[in-house]
Design a binder for this molecule. Structure first.
Ligand SMILES: NC(=O)c1ccc[n+]([C@@H]2O[C@H](COP(=O)([O-])OP(=O)(O)OC[C@H]3O[C@@H](n4cnc5c(N)ncnc54)[C@H](OP(=O)(O)O)[C@@H]3O)[C@@H](O)[C@H]2O)c1
Length: 305
């Protein structure tokens, strides 16, 4: 059995990872009370106590707008926690997968970001995640023992995300406005969870053939869209599935007319080629992935999960 310490098990990605766990994985899922990532000593001590083969660090301070006024807590969770996991893993000898974000980039280019491009975050959340990556790269003594996997526009059937917000808004209002000048690639927690389990299952092979040349990888579903077009697709699928009523109106607006505390990158598409090559897998179109996720949402709603 492979012993995996999963942080953030109550989050949307954690939910999909638990649901799709392979049989040979022994999953340890402490909640925030049992392992508080804002306490570096707890991160260090818990790792020494559990001696995991892997830490899958999915927990994060993810409230992007609140982070602007909550720097200290955000940096403790997103920067210091991975640093102390890395320090402890050097002692017990396990591996680390850190989930990171497209928000490490500033969004000023108009072609996909490569894994080795210089980071230049434009909000506090992005800065804290970028520095979390740096700490891991500084601390982990064996560069083969960690992967930093960046993803974008993550949406699962459970928890709060863009898709659940759109469904909730459209169930209360007849008309909503959605930003149409920010572009990215949606990713479902279902497809990301599959990639994470693939990575763990193929790691022996990757190490044996020295395939992990550069420890940063990207994973998103296939295709590029705007939040506006994504909202239209979510509306179309969820109204067909009976999750919301028909005859609602979604209007496009500019980012300049939608003020938020944190700035967002205008373009944050990630180049996923190295991950596809490493794991020998293909991405599925984001529309198909969203459809699958909304079907799961309906199934879980009916089963009251
Ligand atoms: N959401 C996106 O669009 C997006 C995009 C790119 C990258 N990512 C990255 O993907 C990963 C997974 O994100 P997600 O959307 O699944 O997050 P999420 O649904 O917001 O869940 C966050 C998780 O972190 C846990 N957590 C927060 N603070 C904690 C603390 N002090 N101690 C212990 N646990 C704590 C939460 O626990 P509680 O339930 O106790 O709060 C929850 O389980 C994160 O690393 C995030 O940065 C997300």
């Amino acid at each position: 059995m492979i012993k995996v310490l999963l942080t953030g098990s109550s989050g949307q990605l954690g939910h999909s990872l638990i649901k799709s766990k392979p049989a040979n994985i022994c999953l340890i899922t402490p909640n925030r009370k049992e392992l508080d990532l804002s306490n570096p000593k707890e991160c260090f001590d818990k790792t020494l106590e559990i001696k995991p083969d892997w830490i899958l660090n999915c927990a994060a301070y993810t409230a992007v707008d609140l982070a602007e006024s909550n720097h200290e807590l955000c940096f403790r969770i997103n920067k210091d926690a991975p640093k102390y996991f890395a320090k402890a893993l050097n002692i017990v000898g396990g591996n680390l997968i850190q989930i990171s974000t497209d928000y490490v980039f500033n969004g000023t280019q108009n072609y996909p970001y490569q894994t080795d491009q210089i980071k230049n975050p434009i909000n506090i959340y992005g800065k804290s995640k970028a520095e979390g990556e740096d700490e891991i790269q500084k601390e982990m003594k064996n560069p083969k023992n960690y992967y930093i996997l960046r993803t974008s526009w993550l949406m699962g059937q459970k928890g709060g995300n863009f898709s659940s917000n759109i469904i909730e808004l459209l169930s209360k209002k007849d008309k909503i406005d959605v930003v149409s000048d920010q572009f990215g690639s949606p990713t479902t927690t279902i497809s990301l969870a599959n990639v994470l389990w693939e990575l763990i299952s193929k790691d022996k092979f990757i190490k044996q053939y020295n395939l992990n040349k550069y420890p940063i990888y990207h994973w998103t579903d296939d295709g590029i869209t705007s939040w506006y077009d994504l909202a239209l697709e979510i509306y179309s699928i969820s109204s067909k599935l009976g999750l919301i009523e028909k005859n609602k109106i979604i209007r496009p607006i500019k980012s300049s007319n939608y003020k938020t505390n944190a700035r967002r990158p205008l373009f944050s598409v990630l180049d996923c080629n190295s991950t596809q090559k490493l794991l020998n897998i293909k991405r599925i179109p984001w529309q198909k992935s969203i459809h699958q996720m909304l079907l799961e949402k309906l199934k879980e709603k009916n089963l009251n999960i």
